[in-house]
Design a protein around this ligand. Sequence first.
Ligand SMILES: [Fe+2]
Length: 335
Amino acid sequence: MGARLTDQVSNQAVSAIVPARAGGSQQLFKPSLEPYAEEEQRALGIDYRASKLSETGKEIAVPHLWHPTIDGWNPTYRDILEPFNFHKFTCPRPPISLGRFNVEAARRCPDVLRMIIKWSGDDSIRLPDELLPLEEELTRLLKYDRYVMGDCWKDFFVHVTIHNALVRAGEALRYPGFHADGLQGGKFKRKLVCEHSYIVTDPHPTVFALQPFFVAHINEDRYNIFKEFDRQVSERTPLYQALCGHAYLIDPYMVHVSPVVPEDCLRTFVRVTVTPTELHMPKNTRNPMFAGQAYPPRIDVREFVSDPDVTLPLDFYGLSASPSLKDVAPRQPRT
Ligand SMILES: [Fe+2]
């Protein structure tokens, strides 16, 4: 049911608001639709080409400068400084736009997956030579991040993902259902301060579901919360699509989906993730400018959780009883 609903929303509502944007991308790298080596295919469900990077590069300081806060009313700025809390999914908020991002620079970089560029305690980042085209953009975002996080920024880790890939019509580049980045499930018995990210997509940007989600009653040890997001979205969910090539600050409470694309396209995705602990995923790209990184194989927690078939009915929250626009405020047809 959840998967069908996701497909439905992705294919109909989402594609309806995503204008086709053919031929807008200059091909500066060599993506391929050929199957990758089998061990590289299971990067938490996302196809990835492993990249080997140089040990040489640049260490770049991220100074603490004053910066005007964009959309300072957004609860994200408070929530990224507090421990993760499932109740906060009831308070939808839009992503925060930080303006245009140099996507062409990202297309000159190799793919990297959750590669660490800043260690806790450092106030600089380390970029191997291959990532230097993004030096200016990454530094700009992290200067902003340092300002909005304040004194604790130095304690955090920073990872970067760059994903340039050809996507076939009817497919999504990344995780295909509604989900949240940085959700702390059963693995985190004591919830940590949230992770947060800066994301950029071009074309067919990420789509956000601006509705309350009620998931605090679900046992996160047993059930896949992402499937419950899918269950609660509906045809009436307000969807907000990011702008092509703009950077957005997102927190774990912004439920979103990578849209199904209406045509074959070259899609670029960049994410800079700021975390209280190092992300230990076996497919992480190793940054040769840091010594001693090892990501041993491990079992994905999603292999042990079930679909949330024991859930409260949506009526409990009034979600399935919500009126339609044509009943409560009928619109006159435009002439
Ligand atoms: Fe995501």
